[in-house]
Write a protein that binds this ligand. Sequence first.
Ligand SMILES: Cc1ncc(C[n+]2csc(CCOP(=O)(O)OP(=O)(O)O)c2C)c(N)n1
Length: 307
Amino acid sequence: MARLRDLAKKPSPLTSGHRACSGCALPQVARQVLLAADTPVVVVVATGCMEVTTTIFPYTAWNVPWMHCAFENAASTLSGIEAAYKALKRRGVIDREIRFIAFGGDGGTYDIGLQALSGALERGHRLLYVCYDNQAYMNTGVQRSGATPLYAHTTTSPAGSVIPGKLQWRKDLTEIVVAHDIPYVAQSTPAHWNDLITKVQKALAVDGPSFINVLQPCRLGWTFEADMAIELARLAADTCIWPLYEVVNGEYRLTYRPREKKPVEEWLKLQRRFRHLFTEKNRHLIDEIQAEVDRRWERLLKKCGLA
Ligand SMILES: Cc1ncc(C[n+]2csc(CCOP(=O)(O)OP(=O)(O)O)c2C)c(N)n1
């Protein structure tokens, strides 16, 4: 178990001075993930907010070896790096233990990078892929992605008289990754720092591919007050819209069970992208979301042997 006291003493892998929006949870995700590593790491980041806000030429906010890749190929770029490392190690050129971490947004992971991710998992590279899921293509202007929740307002699923926001439920990428039968898969948030750090440590310890899906509240696209990102991440777990769990060699384990399962409304009402749901005409849509959250939560409890 990590201790804040020890983590605070480590040099920050991501410096201040990056250009993430005020109140964005993205730097916390990167910091927490990288602070969990006890060996040197090499990082690849798919094009998206994380890359764009931290590497504005000629500057970089990264204090770790870091490689640019395109929007769709973080997993294959990192696969190549890991394969080269293995070859150099075999030849005795490198003798250090190094770990490999890719970050991708939800657009770059659920959608355009899914093929590269699936291939890397199937080939069995020893790498950790972290999806920072802010639930839309935020960097290019809040377009809906496969991760955008049902009825969220985005610029390509605008809530109005024609539609009440996005018409599809979000794709369950974590379960898609589980289907690859890799050694370690998990979901977490930056609000649950100890949960996230423990999961990263477990992921980096397995001799094969690992994947962690981290919810990242986005101030711009979800639209909330600047000090609310961590609270929204916490509420996502407390409402069970974003359950915290891990799947180790196919075995499901819940890592956080809210003492009191809060109504999903509490999470929705703090975000302007769901504002249209709180009208007389649309209130039944909240019930629909709640029913689906409940159904999925019960299903997860069963998988974890808790129901
Ligand atoms: C092949 C390709 N298509 C489109 C783009 C333009 N583009 C750059 S970032 C981005 C959105 C990234 O969204 P996401 O992965 O969700 O990350 P976020 O910006 O939300 O952090 C897009 C569409 C690109 N760089 N490459």
